[in-house]
Design a protein around this ligand. Sequence first.
Ligand code: 13P
Length: 255
Amino acid sequence: MRKNIVAGNWKMNLNFEEGVSLFSEIVNMVKDEVIGKQEVIVCSPFIHLNTISKLADTANNVSIGAQNIHQAESGAYTGEISASQAKSVGAEYVILGHSERRAYFGETDAILAEKVDAALKNSLFPIFCIGETKDERESGRFFDVIKSQLEKGVFHLDAEHFGKLILAYEPVWAIGTGLTASPEQAQEVHAFIRQVLADKYGADVAENTTILYGGSCNPSNAATLFSQKDIDGGLIGGASLKSRDFLEIVKTFNS
Ligand code: 13P
């Protein structure tokens, strides 16, 4: 079932103490202030997961995720973390295909397809990111880019497994830049993604897939973005590092 979700991506920020303290604040604020059924996911660096998983509040729909996993189950991959290891410290979700991992860590569509499989095999739900660069937007190629990322990264899944994914549309030119896709631009792409899903998996799967928007989402623009028909919530970077800002975004779904 399609859900309203606000997920935070802390990226490589916050030391252990800062992260635990921010997460505790978020849990308390959600308990006190959230009156809807929206779900909150915090994707922290690995170092926080074991501790914050014990503070997560399933009764109030607050859960946690990792920001990456390696595609192998175990082995000689110095410095890497497997899906089962992330799961063993309480991660329920994992961000895959983030543009920063594609751009800076050479994660190809083929590697991402393997990571998606590794996550699902270990009962971690992928938050799979897709999105075009500035050049791809300006040259008008963005629909093709997004479709190809889906085809190569996740369309090997059957409908049952695909149904476990959350998608996030993150235009690369809007990430960390303060530039946000306009609600119309974002809605146009979300509707396109849903159509691509309908063509591949049928209308029911397309209707039931949660598609988040990410890219300079903040308390001032969240309501207009999230009110678009095909936008089911957000994947939040910078604004997820301040509990009040993050909560204001979550509370967009209160009414
Ligand atoms: P910002 O919200 O900082 O633009 O980051 C978005 C993002 O990359 C979330 O994954």
